[in-house]
Design a protein around this ligand. Structure first.
Ligand SMILES: [Zn+2]
Length: 63
């Protein structure tokens, strides 16, 4: 089980996938949606919308 590298929260598969999609496909450490939103200077809802979007277009990172 992976944990957010900032706040140590347990990560969902979607959080790992969106981090890979947006930040670094080869990453071995990830961030939760809240920390990723802060890092990217967007709202957590913006990240959630991106997750929905990438799932809809069939991105293979999202299982
Ligand atoms: Zn976090």
């Amino acid at each position: 089980m992976s944990h957010c590298k900032d706040c140590k929260k347990e990560l969902l598969n979607d959080e790992i996938a969106i981090y890979k999609r947006l930040i670094n496909r080869g990453a071995e450490e990830f961030m939760c949606i809240d920390c990723l939103a802060k890092y990217m200077e967007v709202e957590p809802d913006d990240i959630k919308e991106k997750i929905v979007h990438f799932k809809k277009i069939g991105c293979t990172l999202f299982g």
